[in-house]
Design a protein around this ligand. Structure first.
Ligand code: 5CA
Ligand code: ZN
Length: 412
């Protein structure tokens, strides 16, 4: 699939700081230690509705990962998928009497526009599940050959499932107990009651064709891919094993990232799939998680149509820590707009206080598990001083502006 357009990222004077991130698997903030090329996979959208601020918050968190690595001089190989075939897409198309292909293409196009408007740096490879079907089939064939997958005994619909015990490590990524796994599996697309499975938690790899559903011919029979294997295959084939960060929102911790890792590790025999599993908190509205299924959504495209400055949306979402579940509100946006106006005013001064220490603090806070609330506070302090006491350093405002652009992606 076509990715979206990029924008220049200014180089910023001073010393970069390495990036430490909280890893769900180990429960610790640990240093990321990329080589020359940092390898990032972030789970993409299921394009059955427009991008809401929850999605935006998650992609903005990983945009900071991307930017901090660039600041550290890494080449960043960023891969993202699009789940352009899955039940929710087919259900929405059916409900709206729409063609599922057209629906997916339309919402993916809108997502790209939203990402460009929000100044999110594009992935190098943007891969749809449908275009990845040959590699998904190859991955499933390997799992079957190695005994990690099986066909259910159902002559009508011989679906293929993954045996969750295949790697002997199942559960290492989420660390959830059995009851939590059971609950999330059932809530998040799993099918615990499918007859013929060896274990209720075994995950679907290949769904045999049903009447009226799209399907593709393959050595597994006519059918379509399950969800988790899409991300295993797309990531493995482009980033290899032990890539630096696997990312998404916290609702992907289980089952999605647990199974993506288990599938990939069963295919390669290598552990770990990713060195860090990084999860963004959920954005809510009116006391509930913002979600397409609940319908309590604020769309990025709607705010854009209302001429809200996308830089203010970035600042509003960065006002809270990326790992914290937090609400969206009109007040949050209003205070981000006023912060943006203050920063713009300060950055437009011909001279100001030196910004070198402020930029060092910005880098320290971002390097410390993307601590944007403290990063924003450090920048507020510089802007307040510039506006109240002035200063004679002509590089102050330009350095401030470059650092805010490069590291936070906010254009002043
Ligand atoms: N296509 C799959 C991943 S392979 C998927 O989960 N798609 S999605 O469209 O449902 O979500 C896209 C991303 O947005 C995921 O990382 C998900 O965790 C994140 N997300 C969804 N809702 C929210 C929310 N309310 N707050 C923060 N992130 C969210
Ligand atoms: Zn995924």
């Amino acid at each position: 699939m076509q990715t979206w357009s990029s924008i220049p990222v200014p180089r910023v004077a001073g010393e970069p700081r390495p990036l430490r991130l909280f890893d769900t698997a180990t429960g610790e903030v640990r240093p990321t230690a990329p080589g020359d090329t940092a390898r990032l996979y972030v789970c993409g959208i299921t394009p059955y509705d427009a991008t809401h601020l929850g999605h935006a918050a998650t992609y903005l968190a990983f945009d900071l990962v991307h930017r901090v690595w660039l600041d550290n001089g890494h080449d960043v190989h960023y891969v993202q998928n699009v789940t352009d075939i899955d039940d929710p897409l087919l259900e929405r198309a059916e409900r709206d009497q729409d063609d599922w292909v057209v629906l997916g293409m339309r919402e993916t196009a809108l997502f790209r526009e939203d990402m460009v408007a929000l100044r999110v740096l594009p992935p190098r490879e943007y891969i749809g599940a449908v275009e990845a079907i040959p590699e998904v089939v190859e991955a499933i064939a390997k799992l079957l050959a190695g005994g990690a997958a099986y066909k259910v005994d159902d002559p009508e619909y011989p679906d293929v499932y993954f045996d969750r015990s295949a790697t002997g490590r199942f559960g290492y990524e989420s660390n959830y107990d059995q009851e939590t796994m059971n609950r999330y599996f059932a809530e998040r697309g799993g099918d615990p009651d499918r007859p013929g499975k060896r274990h209720p938690l075994d995950a679907l790899l290949w769904r045999a064709a049903r009447p009226g559903e799209p399907s593709w011919p393959s050595e597994l029979g006519e059918g379509r891919p399950g969800w988790h294997i899409e991300c295993s295959a797309i990531a493995l084939n482009r980033l290899g094993t032990a890539f630096d960060v696997q990312g998404g929102g916290s609702d992907l911790i289980f089952p999605h990232h647990e199974f993506s890792a288990a599938h990939a590790e069963a295919i390669t025999g290598e552990h770990p799939f990713a060195r860090h599993y990084v999860h963004a908190g959920m954005i809510g509205l009116d006391g509930e998680k913002m979600s397409k299924s609940r319908g309590n959504l604020v769309f990025v495209s709607k705010l854009r149509a209302e001429k809200v400055d996308p830089n203010a949306i970035r600042l509003a979402l960065f006002a809270g820590h990326y790992r914290t579940d937090r609400p969206w509100s009109a007040e949050l946006l209003a205070s981000a707009r006023s912060r943006l106006a203050t920063w713009r005013h300060a950055a437009s001064l011909p001279a100001g206080p030196s910004a070198a220490d402020t930029v060092a603090r910005l880098r320290d806070h971002l390097g410390d598990d993307l601590d944007t609330p403290r990063a924003l506070a450090a920048l507020d302090a510089w802007a307040a001083e510039a506006l109240s006491s002035g200063g004679s350093d002509a590089t102050g405002p330009t350095l401030f502006r470059a650092a805010v652009d490069s590291l936070l992606g906010v254009e002043l």
